[in-house]
Design a protein around this ligand. Structure first.
Ligand code: SF4
Length: 495
C-alpha cells in the first residue's frame, strides 16, 4: 500500500507569552475565546503575530488582548476569575426553578394521576428551603393539562405566597405551561389577576398546528389563538403592567413545521407574539414509527434554523419585534456575562443544583428532563420523595453530583478544545436518554450540532463589520428578557 504523508507548516508559537485560549475559523477570520467568555476576531496575520509573541506593548491590539486575558503580560488573574465566577454563579445560588407536574391525567373525568394537596404543600416547603433569593414555580402537566388539577394549583400558589411572606422573603414567581385545552374564563381571570403568565404551544398556522396535535373535536389552533387573544385583551382591560406578558408560546418543530417555516414565523408575528423558540424535538421521546412521520435529520433541522433565524432578523430590520429564544440564550452568554438558565447550555449543568422537578406522585428528580426519562420507563434519576428530602440532601445526592461532573466541558473530549466551550453546555440526562451514558459521544449528539451551528451563525453575523444594524439587533436580543421557556417545554401532544 502506498504510504502517504502530510506536510504541515511548523507553527511559530511563543507559548510563554500566551495565556490560555481556544480558537476557531469563522467567516474567514480567527475567533479567539477564553473561559471567561471574552472573545475577539483576528485576521490571519494578527493571529500569527499573537501566536509568535509579536503583540507587545505599542501594538494596536495589545491593550485589547491584555484586557481580555489572552496575553500573559499583565494578566489580571483576579479579574479573569471574577468574570468566570460571574458566568457560573448559578452553581452556588441554590435551586431556583421548581418544575411541578400537577397531573398526569388527560381528561376531566379521569381523576387518577393528580398531585395531592399534601404533596403540593411539601413541594412548597422544600422549594422555599432553597438558598436562592428568587424562586420560580413552573406548573405543568405530564402530557396533559395542569389546570385539570386547578384546586391544587391554586392551593400551591396561595400557600407559597403566604409562607414566603411570613418567613422566606424571596422573589417569588410562577408560570403555567398549558396547551389551553381545558382553560376556562374563570381560571384565566384568576391567572391574570395573580400575575401568572401562561406559556402555551403554537406550532404555526391552522394546517400546521392541527396536523401536529390532533385533539378530539374542534380545532386545536382555533382554541389556542382564541385564548391568546383573550389573555392579551383581558390583561390590557384589567390595566396590568405593560411589561407583564400574560401569554407567550413555544412550538413543536415537526417535519411539517420545517416545510412551512415561513408561515410559522408569520403566524407568530400576526398573533402579536414577541418571541419564538425554535427547538428540535427529542427523537428519544418518540416511537420509531412516529419519528419516521414527524422527524428529520440534524442537517435538515439546522438548515431550517438558519433560514428561519435569517428571516426573523430580516423582520427585525423592518421594525418587527420578535426575538428567537435559542439565539437569545447564546447571545446572553456571548454579549453579556449572563446565563439564561437553560440547563443544556450550562457547564456545569444545573440539574439538581439550580432546577428540581416534582412528579405528581411526590417523587423528586434533578430536572424535568430527568422526570421525562422516568415517565418513559427508567427511574434512574429519581432522588427520593418530597417530604423526605432536604435541599442539602438533593445537592449532595450521588446522581446530582454525577450529572454535575459529567457536564464539565473542560473534561469532555472535543468540548475541552472547542472555541464554543465558554458559551455552551451539555445535558448528561439527554446524553443518557439518547446514547445510554452520561458523557456520550459528542459527534453523535444532535444538541452538540445544534449548539455549534447556532453559535457559529451568531458569530458570523457579529463578524460582519459592514452590517451594524444586525449587530445592534443581536445586542438588543442579548439584553432582552423574554421569559425563559421550560427546559422541557410545555406538554407536547404527539402528532
Ligand atoms: S457540546 Fe459541541 S459545540 Fe458545545 S462545546 Fe462541546 S463540542 Fe463544542
Amino acid at each position: 500500500m502506498e504510504r502517504r504523508s502530510l506536510a504541515l507548516p511548523r507553527l511559530d508559537i511563543a507559548a510563554d507569552e500566551l495565556s490560555f485560549f481556544r480558537w476557531g475559523r469563522i467567516a474567514g477570520k480567527t475567533l479567539v475565546t477564553n473561559d471567561a467568555g471574552d472573545w475577539l476576531f483576528l485576521n490571519e496575520s494578527e493571529f500569527n503575530d499573537l501566536l509568535a509573541g509579536r503583540i507587545v506593548e505599542g501594538h494596536p491590539l495589545f491593550a485589547e488582548l491584555q484586557r481580555k486575558g489572552v496575553l500573559r503580560d499583565g494578566l489580571d488573574l483576579d479579574a479573569l476569575a471574577d468574570r468566570m465566577a460571574q458566568r457560573n454563579r448559578h452553581v452556588g445560588q441554590g435551586p431556583s426553578l421548581h418544575v411541578v407536574t400537577l397531573t398526569a391525567r388527560r381528561s376531566a373525568d379521569d381523576a387518577d394521576g393528580d398531585m395531592s394537596r399534601e404533596t403540593a404543600e411539601q413541594v412548597v416547603d422544600l422549594a422555599l428551603q432553597s438558598t436562592s433569593p428568587a424562586i420560580t414555580f413552573e406548573l405543568r402537566g405530564q402530557g396533559g393539562e395542569p389546570v385539570l388539577n386547578f384546586n391544587v394549583l391554586r392551593h400551591l400558589v396561595e400557600l407559597a405566597r403566604s409562607r414566603n411572606q411570613q418567613a422566606a422573603g424571596k422573589v417569588l414567581s410562577f408560570r403555567l405551561l398549558s396547551n389551553l385545552s381545558a382553560m376556562t374564563e374563570e381560571i384565566a381571570e384568576w391567572l391574570i389577576a395573580n400575575d401568572i403568565p401562561v406559556s402555551t404551544t403554537l406550532d404555526g398556522p391552522a394546517d400546521v398546528h392541527d396536523w401536529n396535535r390532533k385533539w378530539k373535536g374542534g380545532s386545536a389552533h382555533a382554541d389556542v389563538v382564541r385564548w391568546i387573544e383573550y389573555f392579551n385583551r383581558r390583561s390590557l382591560e384589567l390595566g396590568r403592567h405593560a411589561a407583564f406578558q400574560p401569554i407567550d408560546a413555544l412550538m413543536t418543530t415537526t417535519r411539517r413545521t420545517i416545510e412551512a417555516w415561513q408561515e410559522v414565523i408569520d403566524e407568530y408575528v400576526g398573533r402579536g407574539l414577541h418571541s419564538i423558540h425554535l427547538r428540535p424535538l427529542d427523537q428519544f421521546a418518540f416511537p420509531a414509527d412516529t419519528w419516521r412521520t414527524i422527524g428529520y435529520t440534524a442537517h435538515e433541522y439546522l438548515d431550517f434554523y438558519r433560514r428561519a433565524l435569517d428571516y426573523i432578523l430580516d423582520l427585525n430590520r423592518r421594525g418587527v419585534d420578535l426575538v428567537e429564544r435559542v439565539a437569545w440564550i447564546f447571545l446572553s452568554k456571548i454579549l453579556t456575562n449572563g446565563d439564561a438558565g437553560a440547563l443544556d447550555v450550562q457547564s456545569p449543568n444545573g440539574a439538581g443544583t439550580s432546577q428540581i422537578a416534582y412528579n405528581f406522585d411526590g417523587r423528586v428528580f434533578p430536572s424535568d428532563e430527568a422526570r421525562v426519562v422516568d415517565a418513559m420507563g427508567d427511574p434512574i434519576f429519581e432522588l427520593g420523595r418530597v417530604g423526605a428530602l432536604t435541599i442539602p440532601e438533593i445537592l449532595r445526592h450521588p446522581s446530582v453530583r454525577a450529572i454535575a461532573a459529567a457536564s464539565l466541558l473542560d473534561a469532555q473530549p472535543m468540548c475541552a478544545d472547542c472555541w464554543n466551550k465558554p458559551f455552551c453546555g451539555v445535558s448528561p440526562v439527554y446524553n443518557f436518554a439518547t446514547q445510554g451514558d452520561l458523557f456520550a459521544q459528542r459527534p453523535l449528539s444532535f444538541r452538540c450540532k445544534e449548539h455549534m451551528a447556532v453559535s457559529e451563525r451568531l458569530f458570523e453575523l457579529l463578524a460582519n463589520e459592514g452590517d451594524p444594524q444586525t449587530a445592534e439587533i443581536l445586542k438588543r436580543w442579548a439584553t432582552a428578557v423574554p421569559r425563559l421557556a421550560s427546559s422541557a417545554g410545555p406538554p407536547e401532544e404527539r402528532p
